[in-house]
Write a protein that binds this ligand. Structure first.
Ligand SMILES: [Zn+2]
Length: 66
């Protein structure tokens, strides 16, 4: 398994170098802002965000021991 804590030296999706990277809402790729813009324009982007938030809340609840 690759280390996903720190982004690589280029975008995982378009392989261009960028000043900043952000993790994709669809998977664990680190992507540049251009790719992030494109992702945000997808019709199912809000669903991906909702799913991500739901998973995060489940982890928080589990960490609390509930
Ligand atoms: Zn990119």
């Amino acid at each position: 398994m690759r280390n996903r804590d720190y982004p690589g030296t280029c975008c995982d999706r378009c392989f261009k170098k960028s000043m900043a990277y952000i993790m994709s809402m669809y998977n664990t790729q680190w992507i540049c802002m251009d790719c992030k813009d494109k992702e945000q324009k997808r019709e199912d982007y809000q669903q991906a965000v909702d799913r991500d938030v739901a998973e995060y809340m489940q982890r928080v609840e589990a960490a609390r021991g509930r």
